[in-house]
Design a protein around this ligand. Structure first.
Ligand code: PEP
Ligand code: MN
Length: 262
């Protein structure tokens, strides 16, 4: 909490990138890693825009067991190629506490997804890792529970934690989840950790992603996460809500302008 540590935690990377520092950051990339070509098509666009991060899921926590579960370690290898080729930091989800060791050679930021926010064995292992952890808010987690999940990581020895508000489940059906925008200033006040907002999984709607992303920066988020896919129509997950490269181009131009304001 801020009471224990008044100054902001800044998560820094060997390539000079920082999360929680002066500059707002972006974490873009496909929902799932599907192939080298698919990830490269996005990574090259990110590198061309000076981006320092790429996201992509290799272990996918899918609602249905019949849906694409991810390429596993093969997917992490593809992501690592993007790190080598473009110097991008790799953000990828871990769903099994036993996988941290294997994934360490490929991943720069371990994501713990909404569904595992209270998987305490994963949180404890994340605490033993020396890599930053991007912790997403659970679908039905209170802010207090979200903070306690971060405490699990912190109390096990890892203070490099990035919080990510990704919407919570409510009765509202107009969006995929209800983005709790007030969680951002509450987390910024109560904790010293960087806070990101995922505008893809929260809204599930490309038509409102830009204003929502601007709102996130305006209320003090340290950055924004969004999904980008070269051909969303054939995506193996979240086909309806990933931006294609053209949509990404206009989104990026606008949100990058907004970034300079805050
Ligand atoms: C993701 O970011 O790939 C993801 C599955 O998101 P969430 O855990 O927030 O649903
Ligand atoms: Mn997704």
């Amino acid at each position: 909490s801020r009471k224990m540590k008044p100054e902001d935690t800044i998560v820094s990377f060997p390539n000079g990138a920082e999360i929680g520092g002066q500059e707002k950051i972006f974490v873009f990339g496909p929902c799932s890693v599907e192939s080298y070509e698919q990830v490269d098509a996005v990574a090259s666009q990110l590198a061309a825009r000076g981006q320092k991060f790429i996201r992509g899921g290799a272990f996918k926590p899918r609602t249905s067991p019949y849906d694409f579960q991810g390429l596993g370690e093969e997917g992490l290898k593809i992501l690592k190629e993007m790190n080598k080729k473009y110097g991008l930091n790799i953000v990828s989800e871990i769903v099994n506490p036993a996988h941290f060791e294997m994934a360490d050679q490929y991943v720069d930021v371990f994501q713990i997804g909404a569904r595992n926010m209270q998987n305490f064995e994963i949180l404890k292992e994340a605490g033993k890792s020396n890599k930053p952890i991007l912790l997403k808010r659970g679908l039905a987690a209170t802010i207090e529970e979200f903070i306690y999940a971060a405490e699990y990581i912190h109390s096990n020895g890892n203070s490099q934690i990035i919080m990510c508000e990704r919407g919570i489940r409510t009765y509202e059906k107009a969006t995929r989840n209800t983005l709790d925008i007030s969680a951002v200033p509450i987390l910024k006040q109560g904790t010293h950790l960087p806070v990101l907002v995922d505008v893809t999984h929260s809204t599930g709607r490309k038509d409102i992603m830009l204003p929502v992303a601007k709102a996130a920066l305006a209320v003090g988020a340290d950055g924004v996460m969004a999904e980008v896919h070269p051909d969303p129509a054939v995506a193996l997950s979240d086909a309806g809500q990933q931006m294609d490269l053209q949509e990404f181009d206009s989104f990026f131009t606008e949100i990058d302008k907004a970034r300079q304001l805050y």
